[in-house]
Design a protein around this ligand. Structure first.
Ligand code: GLU
Length: 495
């Protein structure tokens, strides 16, 4: 059968709601979305919940919520309907039944009564003989009489599809010509009964019924494709165009798994990755524009994306790259917006108590912290010291370079004196005043004159309790005179 290039481009994602929405689903959704938008086509979201035991509504809800958060919009789906409604497989059972009956009546599939134990023992036997396990076709040619007898005596059965012993070739948009020997597969179970179709069958029926033109999905499905093509042939369906996206790999090139890091979209969401950053990052998981350019908005991706530029080799999920891209988008945000995004994290950490701090001050805190932020959650660690009464730190941190203990104390006392005498508490004035005495301090102590660390490092640590933080001027400005002096004096007492 020839691949039919449908006039209208229609693509889909078909996640199974059996667990947290996976980051791989998000990437597949993105590539489908981009392909649809680029080609003025439609992007369909279909929920594959035929596995009734493992599927749960809460996972369906999560898939929808997280894709919406990412800004990947579908044109048809379970929530908004569409011309091929419904978009949930459990609501489409009549459709599958019709096609299952068709295959049975045309003898392209058959009832199989082999018990699990029997199948397992045959499998073990094949393995010990060193042959690849496959169904031996025992029930393939039962007579109509035998079948009816077994059914009426309520023998347990499944429906198997007769997989032809032939070569399947198809042109994959990413992988080029792919060839499989279907004869190795053995007859596949396509339904438990007429009311319980399984994945391979339901997916083929739905892709046909929903007139999907291109199937863009992860490489882990590549080996499913020959079976699905054979089912299409048996049912007299057209063959969609396939494109299998490269696997997503950990840094050590192993398959991405929960054990090595976050795999749920919601994990990235909760930790404060921005949707535009994740979109940008995910687009580069397998696609590249052929230039050094790394920053792409969704709109730009729609313009520049092309499926032909997707690579075959596995795509490494490099969290450092994600952090870099996320940091870029964080710094791009208008400060009011970024503050709004940080507030829930500060509240959750118990740092931000309503009415305790002015909006203006909060924005200043975010402004001076944002250069170090990789994700929104980092704001807690980076700015916590602004919100607490007392900062805790090891007094050794107060020491800059090879400073003597007595000098640390003198530096702090000098900062205290200089700032106590300051009339207006403004950042520039704080800076000028301290810079004005730093040179003289170094001269007196015999330190290199230009190295301001001897005066400013102890003060900065006294204010933040941290090795890295915004400048002492920025912190003093935000803390205000009273708190600043109190923290400097607290440090003096420590020594
Ligand atoms: N339900 C399948 C999954 O979640 C979708 C397979 C496909 O895209 O054909 O992996």
């Amino acid at each position: 059968m020839k691949t039919t290039v449908k006039k209208e481009i229609r693509v889909r994602i078909a996640p199974s709601p059996t667990g947290s929405a996976h980051i791989g689903t998000a990437r597949t959704a993105l590539f489908n979305y981009l392909f649809a938008k680029k080609n003025k086509g439609k992007f369909v979201l279909r929920i594959e919940d035929t596995d009734k035991e493992r599927s749960e509504q809460k996972w369906t809800d999560e898939i929808l919520t997280e894709l919406r958060w990412l800004g990947i919009k579908w044109d048809e789906g379970p929530d908004i309907g569409g011309k091929f409604s419904p978009y949930k497989q459990t609501q489409r059972m009549d459709i599958y039944k019709k096609y299952l009956e068709k295959l049975l009546s045309e003898k392209k599939s058959y009832y199989c009564f082999c018990s699990e134990e029997e199948l397992e023992s045959k499998r073990q036997d094949q393995l010990t003989r060193g042959v690849a396990p496959k169904y031996d076709g025992k029930c393939r040619n039962l007579s109509e009489k035998e079948i009816q007898k077994k059914i009426s005596s309520k023998e347990k059965a499944v429906i198997r599809f007769k997989v032809a012993d032939k070569k399947i070739r198809f042109l994959d948009l990413i992988r080029g010509m792919v060839e499989f020997n279907a004869g190795l597969l053995g007859d596949v179970v396509i339904a438990k009964d007429l009311g319980t179709p399984l994945y391979h069958f339901a997916v083929v029926v739905d892709d046909f019924e929903m007139q999907i033109s291109h199937i863009i999905r992860g490489e882990e499905h590549l080996s499913n494709t020959p079976r699905q093509i054979l089912l299409q042939e048996a049912l007299g369906f057209y063959q969609p165009v396939y494109a299998h996206l490269p696997l997503m790999l950990n840094m050590d090139k192993s398959k991405m798994s929960k054990r090595q890091g976050d795999v749920a979209i919601s994990d990235y969401h909760k930790n404060g990755y921005l949707p535009e950053a994740l979109i940008n990052f995910m687009a580069l998981l397998g696609w590249n524009p052929g230039t050094e350019k790394e920053i792409f908005s969704l709109a730009k991706l729609v313009k520049e994306f092309s499926i032909e530029k997707v690579q075959k080799a596995g795509a490494i999920f490099n969290v450092q790259r994600l952090d870099f891209i996320n940091g870029f988008y964080i710094r791009e945000k208008p400060i009011e917006k970024l503050t709004e995004l940080c507030i829930p994290y500060l509240k959750e950490a118990g740092l931000l108590i309503a009415g305790q701090i002015s909006e203006n001050k909060l924005e200043k805190i975010i402004e001076v912290s944002k250069t170090r932020m990789k994700k929104l959650f980092d704001i807690v660690e980076l700015s916590g010291f602004f919100f607490v009464d007392k900062v805790a730190y090891d007094k050794n941190l107060l020491k800059w370079d090879d400073m003597k203990d007595g000098d640390i104390k003198d530096a702090l006392l000098l900062c205290d004196k200089t700032l106590s005498e300051l009339k207006d508490w403004e950042i520039k004035k704080i800076e000028w005043a301290l810079m004005g005495v730093a040179g003289e301090f170094n001269r007196q102590k015999g330190y290199p004159e230009k190295n301001r660390g001897f005066l400013l490092w102890p003060m900065r640590v006294a204010l933040s309790g941290k090795q890295f933080s915004p400048s002492p001027f920025e912190i003093s400005d935000i803390l205000g005179r009273e708190k600043t002096l109190k923290r400097i004096r607290g440090a003096v007492e420590k020594l």
